[in-house]
Design a protein around this ligand. Structure first.
Ligand code: GYE
Length: 334
């Protein structure tokens, strides 16, 4: 499948375009504040219900901030924000509430991939467009307008390629800290990594979910250390920085040296993760850019204005070794 990626530069361009579009007033000069049509034409406030996953990680905090900044009053939005605390049923109820409230559009960061068919169909019946950001759903793409996010499979693949390069033919015992079970990034990051290490001497000795949280990563890693010992583990692949950071605490508490006794690969490249990489406690990070707000808000405006939008908008991710992290850490935006 061919994918179109937007680099960070293109994202800045898109943001600049969004600002221009906002400040240029009506496109045809005929916009009338009394038209009663609040479907996104300039001058009218757009009410958007945003169903966020929760607040499980540093990535999530940066994503929420980016969304709140983009969907601000100054930019013409009234944002109704809901964070579902990682509970899929609560997130479905939040979307249903948005439908009942009659918001102009719904933005959804789905906790898990499955279970969205009914409520997305209800939104469609109510004539409320849905835009997905960050994670994907298994439901038909007829049920939403567009999805803006990252290529989780390629993130896993890049992480696995680095592992294959480092360990290749050397017998290597790996443990995995998986993200939230059933979430798109947990599924795809596992698939990408496994494809990249196929045929190498890297053996997955254990793989459990740490739910994308620091506490989850720490407690699952404590269990791994109790079962296999620091010496029985060569490599840790954590599906996000926060779980890796929790695992680092567990390794240090057990008297191990993270990044030396156990090589650690994570995904996200949030500030604390990058600092641990610079400090030598993590060995490699694949980026996952959380700053999606400007792109998503532009898509929402386009959809409500009746403009054609891409079904999938991918944002490109970078990768960082310890040396590369040291060079860029001061200029990172999150
Ligand atoms: O990697 C993790 C967060 O869905 C891409 O969710 C996101 C993931 C991110 O909790 O830190």
């Amino acid at each position: 499948m061919r994918k179109r990626y937007l680099s960070t530069i293109a994202m800045v361009g898109a943001a600049a375009f969004a600002l221009t579009a906002c400040s240029s007033g009506s496109d045809d000069g005929s916009d009338d504040a009394s038209s009663g049509d609040d479907s996104g034409s300039s001058g009218d406030v757009i009410t958007v219900g945003f169903a966020q996953t929760g607040s499980e990680s540093g990535w999530r905090s940066a994503n929420t901030e980016s969304m709140q900044t983009a969907f601000s009053e100054e930019n013409g939005f009234d944002l109704v924000f809901n964070a579902a605390d990682n509970d899929p049923a609560a997130q479905i109820s939040a979307v249903r509430n948005f439908i009942n409230q009659g918001v102009d559009a719904i933005v959804l960061a789905p906790i898990v991939e499955d279970g969205w068919d009914d409520v997305l169909a209800e939104a469609a019946d109510a004539g409320i467009p849905v835009v997905l950001e960050d994670r994907t759903v298994s439901a038909s793409d007829d049920l939403y307008e567009s999805w803006v996010g990252l290529d989780f499979y390629t993130e896993g693949l890049k992480a696995g390629e680095w592992a294959a390069e480092q360990f290749g033919d050397t017998p290597t015992k790996m443990v995995v800290l998986e993200g939230t079970t059933g979430s798109a990034p947990a599924n795809d990051r596992a698939d990408g990594f496994n494809d990249a290490i196929a045929g190498t001497a890297i053996e997955t000795i254990d793989s459990q979910t740490g739910d994308f949280t620091r506490d989850g990563g720490k407690s699952v890693m404590e269990g791994y250390i109790a079962n296999y010992g620091i010496d029985g583990i060569d490599l840790l692949y954590a599906h996000n920085d926060d779980m890796g950071l929790g695992a680092i605490e567990a390794i240090e508490a057990a008297g191990g040296v993270p990044g030396e006794d156990i090589t650690i690969i994570t995904i996200d490249a949030v500030r604390d993760g990058m600092q641990a990489l610079v400090d030598g406690k993590i060995n490699y990070i694949v980026e996952c850019n959380p700053l999606l707000g400007d792109l998503v808000s532009q898509v929402v405006k386009d959809v409500l204005a009746g403009n054609a939008v891409e079904k999938e908008i991918y944002v490109e991710d970078l990768t960082f070794t310890q040396e590369e992290a040291a060079e860029v850490i001061d200029s990172r935006l999150y």
